[in-house]
Design a protein around this ligand. Structure first.
Ligand SMILES: Nc1nc2c(ncn2[C@@H]2O[C@H](COP(=O)(O)OP(=O)(O)OP(=O)(O)O)[C@@H](O)[C@H]2O)c(=O)[nH]1
Ligand SMILES: [Mg+2]
Length: 241
């Protein structure tokens, strides 16, 4: 007897759950290797996440313009297709490598590991990973980062932290981006920060605009403080035999 569509169980749900567990265990193992490599060389690793189009690449370009003469930095950037973001970042004056995921909606640690064979990361003070634009899947994959920074654009609506809680739960900093548009939109920064802190009481928040420069000094200082702390940690480590 045929079942009504609404009564059908999702096929394969349990198998999917197990597969994901194994995949994530393998991912975490590789991520730990990346973390220890970055620790050895004193490079701060930041994973930048957000929905598609929230301003990640624009932020990478603007950060490069402001910091490239002070520190050594590079960006790995993930997208389903095209080299466009890496080209934009290189035009801002720093090395960038595009990781084309061929349809995969997030970056995995093994992709970062492979990328290390194609871009010089030794001696960097700061390495950004611009993740694929997606507030869901990238939240599950540790890339060995020191900090996860999530952009929430004023154009997306202030209700997103509770709707996509895992991303905000696993982030240390939320950047409310496209702040130059706030006067024209029904977006409350206060409501977004309140929601994000109900999900993750520890999350820090800054309001930024890559277009008019608002909040960029605070963002660059946030980075420079953490770069200095990472260097100090590496210097304090016992020398390798
Ligand atoms: N008004 C305004 N527009 C911005 C700002 N930052 C980025 N944009 C615009 O938003 C659009 C998307 O910006 P991107 O930097 O490409 O966003 P993204 O998050 O890298 O996009 P994906 O990599 O495709 O997920 C572009 O048209 C940018 O010009 C900003 O601060 N203010
Ligand atoms: Mg981008």
């Amino acid at each position: 007897m045929a079942f009504a569509k609404s009564n059908r169980m999702p096929v394969g749900a349990l198998q999917c759950e197990n597969t994901t567990m194994h995949l994530l265990k393998a991912n975490d193992y590789v991520a730990q290797g990346i973390r220890s490599k970055m620790q050895q060389q004193g490079t701060l690793l930041i994973n930048i996440t957000s929905s598609a189009g929230s301003g990640k690449t624009s932020l990478m370009q603007e950060t490069a313009r402001r910091l490239k003469d002070k520190i050594k930095m590079a960006v790995l950037v993930g997208d389903l297709e095209t080299e466009r973001d890496a080209v934009r970042i290189r035009e801002a004056g720093i090395p960038s490598l595009q990781i084309v995921t061929n349809g995969v909606c997030h970056l995995e640690a093994q992709m970062i590991q492979q990328a290390f064979g194609h871009i010089a990361v030794e001696g960097l003070d700061l390495l950004f990973i611009e993740n694929v634009g997606n507030l869901v899947c990238p939240a599950a994959f540790d890339l060995g980062e020191d900090y996860r920074v999530t952009l929430l654009a004023s154009t997306e609506g202030d209700d997103k932290p509770k709707k996509y809680p895992r991303m905000f739960l696993t982030s240390e900093l939320m950047l409310v981006s496209k702040a130059d548009l706030l006067p024209y939109l029904p977006f409350s920064v206060e409501a977004a920060v309140k929601d994000a802190r109900e999900v993750n009481p520890e999350i820090e928040a800054l309001t930024i605009s890559s277009l008019n420069g608002e909040g960029m000094d605070a963002w660059c200082n946030w980075l420079l403080e953490r770069i200095a702390a990472k260097k100090a940690e590496t210097l304090a480590m016992p020398a390798q035999a």
